[in-house]
Design a protein around this ligand. Sequence first.
Ligand SMILES: [Zn+2]
Length: 339
Amino acid sequence: MSLQYPFADLPSSGQRFKVADGVYWLRFPLPFALDHINLWLLEDTGGWTVVDTGLGIRPSQSIWKGVLAEQLDGKPLTRVIVTHYHPDHLGLAGWLEQETGAQVWISRGEWVLANDICDSPERDTIERIRTFLGRHGLGGDDLDKVAGKGNGFRRVVQPLPANPCFLAAGDALTINGQRWAVHVGCGHSPEHLCLYREEDHLLISGDQVLPTISSNLNVRASDPDMDPVTDFVNSLEALRDNLPDDTLVLPAHGLPFRGLRERVDALVHHHEEQLDRVQAACLQHPQSAFDMLPVLFNRKLDVQQLMFAMGESIAHLNCLMLQGRVARREVDGVWRFSA
Ligand SMILES: [Zn+2]
């Protein structure tokens, strides 16, 4: 079965769009190649819950002011749930907490990482990224540009929420008398929250499952040997095996869709293919993560995409290394992998 998209029309900017009983879609613009994020408004008895918040920039705040004034039927925003630490999701959580008094909820793993990134001095961050990506073969102008982005994170997530509460796998929330089970995924981020409404099979999937693009898998300089590919695939398979196939998936990017099993299988297959491709390329002679970019991506990359692409390349090499399919050796300060 191919994916089905029950809502072909997009919500207009700043307008809520009903997708299920008490569940509304908001679409906020993003100033990147990925040009929007979906937020999900959930109607509760005494107010509203929102899942994810948008990037911490002025234009998103203006849209939010309109939403708070006109889209909530005069009821307050009482709860903000952040699926993961990435700035388009976490960005305005602290600001919404200040503006509305809403309680922010996040997972502990995402919260710890967001604080680590914000607390680390800009110069250290830049230096660490430079050393790490340099060792993986990125050099010259490209390295300067990517490392120069440094701690841009901090600028688009301030203020962080002052007083968040924590959600973990197996927890559940009652919203408007209905139970939402908390599922946690890994690979795209450390402890990514997904919310599943059991009664009518709705999954707010954040970036864990997206309909048309594959979520970025990144290896952090602070944890250079991590294997997000295996973590991501295992998390996807757990969602596929635990939730019914008629689940309506509400993703953070792209359109709501049905066909969870189909989509998970395609994503798992995509990563298997990428692993095979990288392993094959490492057969002829030793290759760095940078050498693998044209093998993995057949398009031109801007600075942000180059950063994501390096993460993705290192992630697949780490996975192959842990599976014993490639070995790593340092040659002239650069890690090279051979099959
Ligand atoms: Zn993300």
